[in-house]
Design a protein around this ligand. Structure first.
Ligand code: FES
Length: 98
C-alpha cells in the first residue's frame, strides 16, 4: 500500500458537532470518494482540539494547516483547492504550523 499523501482531521466533538462538523466530515468523505482520492488522502474524525469557539476545525497534514469555522459550502474548495491543487485557503486559515 502506498503511503497517504495527506491526512485530514476533522474535530467532531461537542462544539464542532453543534456547528455542523458531522456533515462536513460526511461531505469530505463523499467528495474524496467521488474524486477517487480515498487511497491517497486519509480522513479521520477526532475529539476536541481545544479550539472550540472557532469550530468546526479541519486540519490538513503534513501541511500543518488548521482551518476554522469551516462550513459545508467550503468542503469542495478544501478538496479541490488545497488537497488537489496545493493552494491553502486563506479565508479559512486559523493557523499554520512551521
Ligand atoms: S469541540 Fe472541536 S475544537 Fe473543541
Amino acid at each position: 500500500m502506498k503511503p497517504y499523501r495527506k491526512h485530514v482531521l476533522v474535530c467532531s466533538s461537542s462544539d464542532c458537532a453543534q456547528y455542523g462538523a458531522e456533515d462536513i466530515l460526511d461531505l469530505l468523505g463523499q467528495g474524496l470518494r467521488e474524486r477517487g482520492l480515498q487511497q491517497e488522502i486519509k480522513l479521520t474524525k477526532t475529539g476536541c482540539l481545544k479550539e472550540c469557539e472557532d469550530g468546526p476545525i479541519v486540519i490538513v497534514y503534513p501541511d500543518g494547516v488548521w482551518y476554522s469555522r469551516v462550513a459545508i459550502e467550503d468542503v469542495d474548495d478544501i478538496i479541490d483547492e488545497h488537497l488537489v491543487n496545493e493552494r491553502v485557503l486563506s479565508r479559512l486559515l486559523h493557523h499554520r504550523m512551521n
